[in-house]
Design a protein around this ligand. Structure first.
Ligand code: PMP
Length: 367
């Protein structure tokens, strides 16, 4: 059939078609080497060059200052919940943790393992707002004595995003931020953060690569008692080659970075992402209550747009019928129900327009 397929998966998620086509054309023979990137040594000049350029392009896209190190690790964002504590909480008694939704809750529950630090609940968006708004950074209960404050800037499951990017007074502890589901979707000032980390599989590439951007001075905290594989300092000292990195996901990530550059970078992404989110939330808000999203406008995610009809059987019908129209993977997170449209960088405006058209047509039939 001629139906265009739009993939609204929350992750692993849509990738730019041109990137997949390039990967396809280079699958058996990368750049005249006679090898696939999948089958070459991570220490070969060819792969070292792929890694080098991926890092440089990411630095350019995010305007990462020179005093920040960039690592492509494994273990996903989940491994970072613990790595940040193991590495950065040495000699500290307290870590501050902001809970705003599913992922920061999981981080909060994991961070204290293998650490003597007290994981202090600095704010709880569920208790305060039932996950329909985000606690403002000025209300976070953070201490100068804490190792850092951890938060998730975009909650993939609850569809919440700090539209105003948090910034703390310099006397307060460094911010450690999970940017998995929004990295590269808008300009951010890296210098405002101590650590930024992100699993690749939403806005960057395939799962398997995990980006860690860390301010150099924080590396002094990484004790040599931490096993090397979990130690940021060991990875930095070996230029990301302490052990075999996720070579193929890094290669695809590099292709995505080049695609982003060709599209005009994150500033241009922000313009398109804002438009996509605006028309989708308008379609929800203008449906006369047929579609519901209760998130406060200032906290509505531009990446993961959640909505429901109020009737679980209609939501199920929506999921089924949209699938046959080529609008795929719109079911909400298992514990949430309803629908979730993940509209990352690689989702074209036409995909969102097709979704809105379907929503309006569905409402005519069942509203
Ligand atoms: N943090 C956020 C914000 C996420 O969306 C996810 C994955 N959905 C995770 C952490 C966990 O990532 P991973 O599966 O890469 O460990």
């Amino acid at each position: 059939s001629n139906t265009t397929i739009y993939n609204f998966s929350a992750g692993p998620a849509i990738l730019p078609e041109s990137v997949l086509r390039t990967a396809q054309s280079e699958m058996f023979d990368y750049n005249g080497t006679g090898f696939s990137v999948m089958t070459m040594s991570h220490r070969s000049d060819v792969f070292m060059s792929i890694l080098y350029h991926a890092e440089q392009d990411l630095r350019q896209l995010m305007d990462i200052p020179d005093n920040y190190k960039v690592l492509f690790l494994q273990g996903g964002a989940s491994a970072q919940f613990n790595m940040v504590v193991m590495n950065l909480a040495n000699g500290f008694e307290r870590v501050d943790s902001v809970v705003t939704g599913n992922w920061s809750q999981i981080a909060h529950s994991q961070m204290g393992k293998l650490s003597h630090a007290n994981i202090h609940l600095a704010a709880h968006g569920g208790e305060q707002y039932n996950y329909t708004d985000l606690p403002s950074p000025d209300t976070w209960d953070v201490s100068e004595k804490s190792a850092f404050v951890h938060f998730v800037i975009n909650e993939t499951v609850h569809g919440l995003q700090y539209r105003d990017i948090p910034k703390l007074a310099t006397a307060l502890p460094p911010m450690v931020c999970d940017m998995s589901s929004e990295i590269l979707s808008r300009p951010i000032n890296v210098a405002d953060f101590g650590v930024i980390y992100a699993g690749a599989q939403k806005n960057i590439g395939p799962s398997g690569a995990t980006i860690v951007i860390i301010r150099e001075d924080l590396l002094k905290r990484c004790s040599s008692h931490i096993p090397d594989v979990w130690n940021y300092q060991s990875h930095v000292e070996r230029q990301g080659m302490y052990n075999t990195p996720a070579t193929y996901p890094i290669y695809i990530s590099g292709l995505v970075f080049r695609w982003l550059q060709s599209q005009g970078g994150v500033a241009q992404m922000q313009t398109i992402n804002a438009l996509k989110a605006k028309i989708l939330y308008e379609a929800i808000d203008n449906s006369g209550g047929f579609y519901i999203n209760n998130v406060q406008p200032r906290a509505r995610s531009q990446m993961n747009v959640i909505f429901r009809t109020g009737k679980p059987e209609l939501d199920e019908l929506f999921a089924q019928e949209s699938t046959t129209r080529g609008l795929r993977l719109l079911r909400g997170y298992k514990s949430m129900g309803g629908m979730r449209a993940s509209i990352y960088n690689a989702m074209p405006l036409q995909g969102v327009e097709a979704l809105i058209e379907f929503m309006q047509e569905f409402q005519k039939r069942y509203g």
